[in-house]
Design a protein around this ligand. Structure first.
Ligand code: ZN
Length: 488
């Protein structure tokens, strides 16, 4: 299904220019640059200012205060003329507020709102862990990149959504459906206080017919756009505890049975264990289309694997690239360790946390049983510690696929749009679980190796990519909120 839609998208609609009042004068000139270094347009300057402001408010999970970031964004919405009654700010914890702002539309056919979702909390970052020239909470520009914690994940999209809403408001644009911008807390460490809380407690605020969220984006190779993506599916995060107890004793009288040794053995087995390769509709589409852009060896392996997921040689080649490896199967990795109570005592307890990213068609219990089998030691208990609910993948529809293909062509040239499964989790799952289509789309292009720094040190965003992403999301938002949708 998905690949059929995608095939249709990358064929006809890409080639035809759009006849509509929204069609930009740039439409037929993909080469016209959106961004000129040192010369920001007024709309770009607004985006950069909002970006800098939200970046420099520390909203990290344990030391930050997300509410300060939320309130700063409220100021912009009010100044732009969004009435107070259309702005919500709140959350279950005083330091973890969310903001939801609504640009009212005409709603002629009762079309449900378009929700633009971005989280404004970020992963912790210590200055000492970053290169000396960067402070993770200072917006720094260097050699064509912006650097800071959250600069990619997810304050780029958050600031773009805010700036674009201000731009549309200033232009007097009245959409045909409400446009909601929701900037949320607790994506990184939650759920409970962010999108999940809004959906559960304030459904009316975020009730939408379509959600655009993080998770997608474009891929650069040698600085040139290679393909754009729409994220449809995601793996499911589940944590397991490996738990070993022992009667203990004096360390001067050791025995073969030992909680730490048993745990270490178990962890080694988990480290070596490989879950079976799975291919879903989404990854089938992804690998089939990526195969055409890859090296001949990788391309052949991807095609072989799609034809036969049991092809071990092909799986080994694809798994040789870490970008692709975790899309092939459930993965489990040891992330935390504790055990023992004294340096001169036999340990009575040893525990490890194993973090798994479960393939969407598998269950936490199936993975637990697989781990138990791989460990094959009844003294090691495998317990599900925390489990996030699974969500079905989104189904590609022309409503999203056609405008994404067209705007991609306008801005980046004739490149394919490839559906993806995210190996991490994002808040789209709360909407997908309710049957609301949620897509990861950003138009933000990055180098999958050099720029893959989210959650890590020296997180960065290519400046050109940021402003192109802003323009991409501006056009996409307008397109998705114009009714009837123009015929491509
Ligand atoms: Zn994120």
């Amino acid at each position: 299904m998905i690949s059929a839609v995608l095939a249709a998208v990358s064929a006809a609609p890409l080639a035809s220019p759009l006849a509509s009042p929204l069609a930009s004068p740039l439409a037929a000139q993909p080469a016209t640059p959106v961004y000129t270094p040192g010369k920001l347009t007024p709309a770009q300057q607004v985006a950069r200012d909002v970006y800098k402001e939200i970046i420099e408010i520390n909203t990290s999970v344990t030391t930050g205060n997300i509410t300060n970031g939320a309130k700063a964004m409220v100021k912009h919405f009010l100044a732009a003329g969004i009435p107070e009654k259309d702005i919500f700010v709140g959350g279950p914890q005083p330091e973890k507020f969310n903001v939801v702002a609504r640009l009212r539309g005409k709603n002629p056919a009762g079309r449900k709102p378009l929700l633009l979702l971005a989280h404004i909390d970020v992963v912790e970052a210590l200055k000492a862990d970053w290169s000396p020239e960067f402070d993770p909470f200072k917006f720094t520009e260097k050699d064509g990149y912006y650097y800071a914690r959250g600069i990619a994940d997810d304050k780029s999209m958050a600031s773009i959504f805010v700036a674009n809403l201000l731009r549309m408001k200033a232009e007097g644009f009245v959409p045909d459906r409400d446009i909601i911008v929701a900037l949320t807390a607790d994506e990184e460490s939650g759920p409970f206080n962010g999108a999940d809380w809004l959906v559960t407690n304030h459904r009316d605020l975020v009730d939408a017919g379509l959600v655009i969220n993080e998770g997608g984006g474009g891929v650069l190779r040698d600085g040139k756009p290679l393909f754009n993506t729409i994220q449809l599916a995601q793996k499911i995060t589940t944590n397991y505890t490996l738990h070993v107890t022992n009667r203990g004793g004096h360390s001067s009288v050791p025995r073969k049975d030992n909680a730490i040794t048993s745990l270490a053995d178990a962890l080694s087995k988990v480290g070596r264990y490989e879950f079976p390769v799975k291919i879903s509709d989404v990854t089938k589409s992804f690998f089939s289309q990526t195969a055409l852009l890859e090296t001949p060896v990788m391309g052949r392996a991807m095609k072989a694997l799609v034809a036969n997921p049991a092809d071990k040689a092909a799986a080994a080649v694809v798994a040789g690239d870490e970008k692709y490896s975790s899309m092939l199967r459930t993965t489990c990795v040891a992330t935390m360790l504790s055990g023992g109570h004294a340096s001169n005592a036999l340990p009575q307890l040893a525990e490890a946390n194993v973090n798994c990213r479960i393939y969407p068609t598998e269950t936490a219990e199936q993975v637990r049983v697989a781990l138990e089998k791989a460990i094959a030691d009844t003294t090691v208990k495998v317990l599900i510690k925390s489990q996030r609910p699974a969500s079905p993948p989104a189904t590609m529809s022309p409503e999203i696929a056609q405008p994404v293909a067209r705007i991609t062509k306008e801005l980046f040239g004739n490149i394919p749009i490839i559906p993806t499964m995210s190996t991490g989790a994002n808040d789209s799952r709360f909407f997908l679980a309710l049957g609301v289509p949620a897509f990861g789309v950003s138009g933000l292009f990055m180098d999958p190796v050099a720029d893959a720094r989210a959650h890590g040190r020296d997180e960065r965003m290519r400046i050109q990519s940021y402003f192109e992403g802003q323009e991409f999301l501006y056009r996409l938002t307008k397109q998705l909120s114009t009714n009837p949708a123009p015929v491509p």
